[in-house]
Design a protein around this ligand. Structure first.
Ligand SMILES: Cc1cc2nc3c(=O)[nH]c(=O)nc-3n(C[C@H](O)[C@H](O)[C@H](O)COP(=O)(O)OP(=O)(O)OC[C@H]3O[C@@H](n4cnc5c(N)ncnc54)[C@H](O)[C@@H]3O)c2cc1C
Ligand code: SF4
Length: 338
């Protein structure tokens, strides 16, 4: 049985207290929300914080405020189950509801939070293993080692961004509210991430995500499709979030964001540009799906082979666009079969 290492647990009751405790506790301190990712990682000694600042006892971090007309603020401590079942999110921001509802298993969605999901660690076959496994094969640079075992000549880590909801939020133009002892700021979701498997978050280490802000729905529709081996609880091997604003058959605006293809979610900029101002026909969808697969450059470090993962990106983007266009009968939240 894998055991947690010893650590000190602090349980602030407000964001202000959490900020203060987090700043005072020093560098070997981490935040924990639901703990569904962090505690297993600590058991495998991927993280060895001396102190944890727990966010579960902070009521102001929980819940959804606002309306589809004015935009929504989703508290970072809101459980994934509540996000996926929220009627305004499900109706006006369906990509977020679908993505939250496809994270892991029901138990983990009850404990896991939306803030923890957008900050979740990157993943790699050589890293998401027990300490003994990693020791036997030789540690890699993400923890305890010097080199990358996937790309030994590489100066960087290529671990994969594996959040389901990050691409969905990004596609809908969400912003993230960050609070630290230096004050409060909001940044676009895309500014939260960095293209590095180790330093994958661009926020300052002492910043706490307090809210995720969704803009007014304003005629946008969206969808999220997920590929994974076991439908019951696996991380995404590919996530495709598509958001679009249609006027009749014409696309006025669109965003396509791919998850699990790089160390951060990737916006398919050429593909979404090709959609704008055009009629969403089957021919256009096929062309755009080809363009969208371009930015997906998976390495051989997650499930399925990487050539297959690249190939299937095109298939999933085409499926997502057909559903946005109403050219497909399949229900939006069906588990995807490649
Ligand atoms: C078997 C299994 C399957 C899983 N499958 C999926 C999956 O399919 N898709 C998926 O996306 N995830 C998956 N996960 C990972 C995890 O369960 C989810 O990402 C969950 O949403 C994490 O939320 P949490 O509150 O438990 O985060 P925690 O584990 O508490 O924290 C995760 C990280 O976020 C940081 N953090 C948490 N809250 C904040 C905050 N408010 N501000 C700043 N930093 C913060 C923590 O310091 C930590 O680094 C899986 C995990 C397991 C064990
Ligand atoms: S990509 Fe390389 S450095 Fe990063 S976790 Fe995998 S093996 Fe380690």
């Amino acid at each position: 049985m894998l055991r947690l290492p010893p650590f000190r647990y602090l349980a602030p009751r407000s964001v202000g207290e959490a900020v203060r405790l987090f700043a005072e506790a020093g560098p070997e301190t981490m935040l924990v929300a639901g703990g569904t990712d962090l505690y297993p990682n600590m058991k495998r000694r991927q993280f060895e914080p001396k102190t944890l600042v727990g966010l579960r006892a902070i009521p102001e971090l929980r819940g959804v405020r606002g309306s589809s007309g004015d935009g929504l603020a989703i508290g970072a401590g809101t459980p994934l189950t509540a996000v996926s079942a929220h009627p305004v999110i499900a109706r006006h921001y369906p990509a977020v509801a679908i993505a939250a509802g496809l994270v892991s298993s029901p138990q983990l969605r009850n404990m896991g939070t939306i803030g923890g999901n957008v900050c979740v660690d990157t993943r790699c076959n050589y890293y998401n293993q027990t300490h003994q496994w990693r020791k036997a094969i030789g540690f890699c640079m993400k923890k305890d080692g010097e080199i990358c075992l996937v790309a030994p000549g590489s100066p960087r880590c290529w671990a994969v961004s594996s959040s389901d909801t990050a691409p969905a939020f990004w596609s809908l133009g969400a912003r993230v509210c960050l609070v630290s002892s230096a004050g409060e700021r909001t940044v676009p979701m895309e500014a939260l991430y960095r293209d590095d498997g180790i330093e994958y978050l661009a926020k300052r280490p002492d910043e706490i995500v307090t809210d995720i802000l969704l803009p007014p729905a304003d005629g946008w529709t969206s969808i999220y499709l997920k590929l994974r081996r076991r439908g019951s609880f696996d991380f995404p091997v590919l996530g495709v979030a598509v958001a679009a604003r249609l006027e009749g058959e014409v696309v006025r605006d669109a965003r396509i964001v791919l998850g699990a293809v790089a160390s951060l979610p990737r916006e398919a900029t050429a593909a979404q540009a090709a959609l704008r101002g055009e009629r969403l026909t089957l021919e256009l969808i096929e062309r755009v799906a080809g363009l969208a697969a371009g930015p997906a450059k998976p390495l051989d470090n997650t499930d399925f082979t990487h050539p297959y993962r690249k190939k299937v990106t095109r298939v999933f983007v085409a499926r997502a666009l057909r559903r946005i266009a109403g050219l497909s009968e399949s229900p939006a939240n069906d588990e995807e079969v490649a």
